[in-house]
Design a protein around this ligand. Structure first.
Ligand code: ATP
Length: 236
């Protein structure tokens, strides 16, 4: 069966800087796939290319076998891609519920209420705080809100950029528990993380990025046990 998302031979530049070098990877229906790597390895650039914010000079990106590399970013949500950006970027002045409703802008009005109930089932904390102004939520709660907002569009694939960034260890655990639950409920996830240990422990498969190239790939558990990965990304 064809992959849900297939990225083939993409090359992305910032002016003269060659940030992503001939990267190919795929995400199958129901999988969690993670891209790990050090600061500056090209993880965010790769994700932003998939989500249409940056363009590759070469290759192709296909969702369910259809090319999407020329679809503008704002239209990709309707095609089934939802991204949770690095740093969450919730609408600070709006309430939790208003933020979630913003995530449903591609949906018919009739689906907003059921989607909201589904997200509130997945994130009871957001339900408790539905009338709270988003800017007053904790970092972990804002991450939940950003994830909930993305899920309001009923995505085929949820792309998470560094969900653990800036969170205390206990909150990182909570966010990864939520990622596991979403996976169990059937959500397909592409996860970019610097926290390689957590990411590989939940991922079906992982890709290691080093200065813009994929240097290693395999099942999450195998990469966790790999000596080179341990040395470079897991603190020895
Ligand atoms: P991080 O975890 O720090 O976000 P990353 O793996 O996501 O790292 P990218 O942000 O994709 O890495 O960066 C890849 C390379 O591209 C780096 O060398 C970075 O300095 C460079 N880069 C990123 N954004 C820009 C930009 N707007 N202009 C120029 N160079 C950039």
């Amino acid at each position: 069966m064809a992959a849900l998302l297939e990225v083939k031979n993409i090359n992305v530049y910032y002016g003269a800087i060659h940030a992503v070098k001939d990267i190919s990877f795929e995400v199958n229906q129901g999988e969690i796939v993670t891209l790990i790597g050090a600061n500056g390895a090209g993880k965010t650039t790769t994700l932003q290319t998939v989500s249409g914010l940056l363009r590759s000079r070469t290759g192709s990106i296909q969702l369910e076998g259809k090319p999407i590399q020329n679809v503008p970013a704002h239209k990709l949500v309707a095609h089934g891609l939802a991204q949770v950006p690095e740093g969450r970027r919730v609408f600070q002045q709006m309430t939790v519920e208003e933020n979630l409703e913003m995530g449903a802008f591609t949906q018919a009005n009739s689906t907003v209420a059921p989607n909201l109930e589904r997200v509130f089932d997945q994130f009871p904390r957001l339900k408790e705080r539905r009338r709270q102004i988003a800017g007053t939520l904790s970092g972990g709660e804002q991450q939940m809100l950003a994830m909930g907002r993305a899920l309001m569009s009923n995505p085929k694939i949820l792309m998470l950029d560094e969900p653990s960034m800036g969170l205390a260890p206990i909150l990182v655990e909570q966010i990864f528990d939520i990622i596991k639950r979403l996976h169990q409920a059937g959500t397909t996830i592409l996860l970019v993380e610097q926290n390689a240990r957590m990411a590989l422990s939940v991922a079906d498969r992982g890709y290691v990025l080093e200065t813009g190239r994929i240097t290693l790939t395999g099942p999450g558990k195998e990469l966790l046990a790999d000596e080179a990965v341990k040395k470079a990304y897991l603190g020895g």
